[in-house]
Design a protein around this ligand. Structure first.
Ligand SMILES: [Zn+2]
Length: 174
């Protein structure tokens, strides 16, 4: 069973997360607008994304994730996996890549020796899931990887993990 998801707009939560200096009413309107622009690409791909993730992680949705995952829209410095909070972007394609990455965090929650290795695996699964969709989002994937790399200061693909040979679950087990 794949989890149910739903886009959520919560004014108070979004206001708490906002770290910028603009008047929040204008920010809130932009969250609603960008969320609205995101809806189409979200609706047509979410089911496929949720089906693809376990194929590469090896983790069933019943293992770590909640059966219902609300997706809160916000304008925050980065997106968050728990509770799933998606930071809006002018590019809906980037938001889809970002959402995929956070959903992978929801699908598997532990088991890595280091945080760096964990992020690297999340990036690799994000890339392969997005590749399976019929969308041209290569640039967006690279953009998100760059953000995650600068945060955790990792060198991409150092682990040599090959998702075609091993799911993440098998990789963790050695
Ligand atoms: Zn991550």
């Amino acid at each position: 069973m794949i989890p149910k998801t739903e886009l959520r707009y919560n004014y108070k939560y979004a206001k708490i997360l906002y770290r910028g200096h603009k008047y929040f009413e204008a920010v809130w309107q932009q969250i609603i607008d960008r969320g609205g622009a995101f809806e189409e690409i979200y609706e047509s791909n979410i089911k496929k994304i949720l089906e693809l993730i376990p194929r590469f992680t090896g983790f069933g949705w019943n293992e770590y994730a909640d059966v219902f995952i609300p997706i809160y829209l916000a304008d925050s410095p980065s997106s968050i996996s728990h509770p799933l909070t998606l930071s809006v972007n002018e590019n809906p394609g980037f938001m889809l890549v970002d959402l995929t990455h956070e959903l992978i965090h929801c699908n598997m929650y532990c088991g890595f020796k280091t945080k760096e290795l964990q992020e690297e695996c999340f990036n690799l699964v994000t890339r392969v899931v997005i590749q399976c969709l019929d969308l041209n989002l290569k640039e967006e994937v690279r953009e998100l990887e760059k953000i995650n790399e600068s945060e955790s200061k990792i060198i991409p693909s150092k682990t040599g993990w090959d998702f075609n040979k091993k799911t993440i679950k098998e990789f963790i087990k050695g």
